[in-house]
Ligand binder design. Structure first.
Ligand code: NAD
Length: 442
């Protein structure tokens, strides 16, 4: 099939490359000229495990192209995917300007029957708006608008896309549903379902999934906060409830809150949509407020430990800047907020992340940049620091050489926002270790 993918960010680039890898002819379009030039040059602008080999092979074999010219891509396409940003606008409402602007352009460009698939996360009813916008310039029997929300996780995007647990297709058109089934069949050979439904339900499914996951994380963070007050260990509670198949083992790890480009904005957006329809979605309101305070809960623990909110003269190491491991994405990352608060209290920082130093530097404030030294490896971030703050659970942080804490730090004090270490081992190693929802050590 001929496929056009409009928007070549995390979702567009991964989708386009994976569709090309399964034999389709894919043209990716982006308005960012530098990004397109880089991609044409064979360079991938994001860090995503497993993407490089299939990207290189698809380009080499002529199935994957990049352009800034939307008309080149859309005219010949059987399917046009919209993978455009939908950032939070005012009031937490999703900003649909990119999606609607592209919809306005594609109508006159459609040649044969074309399935226009929206993969961006959009409020319920956006498919109807897209249909109306395209129909202004194209007869309605020449196209169908389908909702196909994307569930990939950054850091495991290729694996998720290649073997999705399910594919959701929202359309009332049998013809469009058949095209989508043909396209996705190679990805669900192991028997996972392609779930076809009406377009509005498909749009809402994506928000429901993200709001449910954010709620699960936040619920465990609140249990952790209670553990800290009553003297429990959230790890034990996780094991105690995760074995209940109605609850499940995943997404039960306590920490310093969720971040990223999706959960925060999607939770906000579903709250907004509910409000617009006269419904007060109370659970997600609480989830947002708990998560905001959880992001910097570690700073309050540091204040209690030092007995002051003045950290002048102290230097803290930071391990991890990205919002989660295996990505360079720092959007809404707790590390951004923690760095701001620590520097605001007079501290200096020594920061390390395997992939996200560049993106962090672009996103953080001047005052954080002025007071932070970025280092090249995790050891260097220990040199002469007063304490280490762990913000992201990168694998390489899980088994550090323990002696290095003793040898390089002024005192071996660790504030761990991701519960990486075993409490007994930390105690044996003589480390002062303060984590989330577990008894403090030392
Ligand atoms: P992104 O910001 O990484 O990429 C969007 C791309 O679209 C950018 O390259 C940008 O230059 C391009 N663009 C903007 N306006 C354009 C226009 N008018 N024409 C052509 N290109 C244009 O965004 P993303 O993370 O890929 O997310 C895209 C959508 O998918 C969002 O709605 C997001 O909520 C959703 N989503 C994201 C993820 C994720 O993990 N990132 C997962 C599932 C769903």
């Amino acid at each position: 099939m001929d496929i056009a993918v409009i928007g070549t960010g995390y979702v567009g680039l991964v989708s386009g490359t994976c569709f090309a890898d399964s034999g389709n002819d894919v043209t990716c379009v982006d308005i960012d000229e530098d990004k397109v030039a880089q991609l044409r040059d064979g360079q991938i602008p994001i860090y995503e495990p497993g993407l490089e080999p299939i990207f290189a092979r698809s380009i080499r074999e002529g199935r994957l192209r990049f352009t800034t010219e939307i008309q080149q891509a859309v005219g010949e396409a059987d399917i046009v995917f919209l993978c455009l940003p939908t950032p939070p606008g005012g009031d937490g409402q999703a900003d649909l300007s990119a999606v609607m602007s592209v919809a306005g352009q594609i109508g006159p460009l459609l040649e044969g029957y074309t399935v226009v698939v929206n993969k961006s996360t959009v409020p319920v009813g956006t498919g109807d708006r897209l249909e109306e916008a395209i129909a202004e310039k194209a007869s309605s029997d020449r196209f169908a608008v389908v909702s196909n929300p994307e569930f990939l996780r950054e850091g495991a995007a290729v694996e998720d896309f290649m073997k999705p647990e399910r594919v959701v297709v929202g359309t009332d058109s049998d013809r469009a549903a058949e095209t989508m089934t043909t396209l996705y069949e190679p990805f669900v050979r192991s028997g996972n379902p392609i779930i076809t439904m009406d377009r509005r339900s498909a749009e809402l499914t994506k928000y429901a999934a993200n709001a449910m996951l954010a709620t699960k994380i936040t619920f465990m963070n609140e249990i952790a906060n209670i553990c800290e007050r009553v003297g429990g260990n959230v790890d034990n509670i996780r094991r105690g409830i995760g074995t209940d198949s109605r609850i499940g083992k995943r997404f039960l790890f306590a920490g310093i809150g969720y971040g990223g480009s999706c959960f925060p904005k999607d939770v906000q957006a579903i709250h907004h949509t509910a409000g617009e329809h006269g419904y007060d979605f109370k659970i997600v309101d609480a989830v947002m407020s708990v998560n905001n305070s959880q992001k910097t809960s570690i700073v309050r623990k540091m204040e209690r430990y030092y007995g002051t909110d003045d950290f002048s003269g102290k230097t803290f190491g930071m391990w991890g800047l990205s919002f989660k491991p295996e990505t360079d994405d720092i959007r809404e990352a707790p590390a951004l907020y923690i760095a701001e608060e620590l520097v605001g209290r007079g501290a200096k920082l020594l920061a390390y992340d395997p992939e996200a130093i560049g993106t962090f530097k672009e996103a953080t404030s001047q005052v954080v940049l002025d007071n932070t030294t970025f280092v090249h490896n995790q050891q260097e971030a220990l040199d002469d620091i007063d304490a280490l703050v762990i913000c992201t659970e990168w694998n390489e942080f899980r088994r550090p050489t323990v002696d290095r804490f003793q040898d390089h730090m002024k005192q071996p004090v660790i504030f761990d926002g991701r519960n990486l270490y075993n409490l007994e081992r930390a105690a044996k190693a003589g480390i002062t270790y303060i984590s989330v929802g577990r008894p403090a050590v030392g």
